[in-house]
Design a protein around this ligand. Sequence first.
Ligand code: PBG
Length: 330
Amino acid sequence: MGFPEIRLRRLRTTANMRALVRETKLSVDDLVYPLFVRPGRGVKEPIGSMAGCFHLSPDLVADEAAEVADLGIPAVLLFGLPESKDDRGSGAWSEQGAVQSAIRAIKERVPGLLVITDICLCAYTSTGHCGVIRDGRVDNDATCELLAKVALSHAQAGADIVAPSDMMDGRIAAMRQALERNGFDYVAIMSYAAKFASAFYGPFRDAAESAPGSDYSGTELRDRKTYQMDPANAREAMREIELDIEEGADMVMVKPALSFLDIIRRARDKFDCPIAAYNVSGEYMMLHAAADAGLLDREVAMMEVLTSIKRAGADILITYHAKAAAKLLK
Ligand code: PBG
């Protein structure tokens, strides 16, 4: 049997008909909202490169977290800025750091909201790299030790999930061991397992003041390509994910989302653990800029983008659109 007995348009006749046959449904339960914290009190400054996003001090981040929780969003992802930077990024594991203080403030105000913390050194090192530099290279093993200290300090402050985004080899094992040895067996690890060296992190690096320093121009350290993945490599992404799961990651992430939907799908087909996708700053601002220019409908484009990431196979959507999307999904 074929046309005219079979007419697929019959399933598209009305909004209710389309809802009935919809294969992929977004839910607020899928969303994670990123927040940027910086030291101080009473700070709420708009981030120039990222529309609708703010730098918040730990006292005000709790208000924002309460609003996020009221929208039904289950989790926030915290990024921090330090008081000052040094070679090793020591501000990252300070008990009084902005992230550590923000975790405590959020847990006091909205205990049920999941707090995920980004674990990386790039916002804390004077070099702008995600690790420590020795002899002109990012020293993998020395960096892993420091990252484990950062993860531990976030766990001590009350983080539910730590999310390493540095792309060093072996960091998941180092963190899992540090957490187990110190009584944080219940703290989960969401690994940025397949993180690609991407131009789409541009607006974020302004927000986190974390771009590699200009002294490295003309060297292999001018960008993050010696640790973040080559966007051309899909099979290697599966190896990265597999290793992180073996080392003890509870969930894995693919990042960015939109130019890597095929990687999300491959990961979904191959692995059974929860898969997160990060709809990154450049993807977010590209949509905003086009909407501001009157070129597309912001809300419709946003929901189409988020649906595509979920359809590709992601369970967890980390997105700066989370609040706007949650309002539409209510
Ligand atoms: C830190 C980190 C980055 C992002 C998340 N964690 C930037 C980078 O790797 O340079 C990007 C997030 C975004 O663009 O929204 N390593």
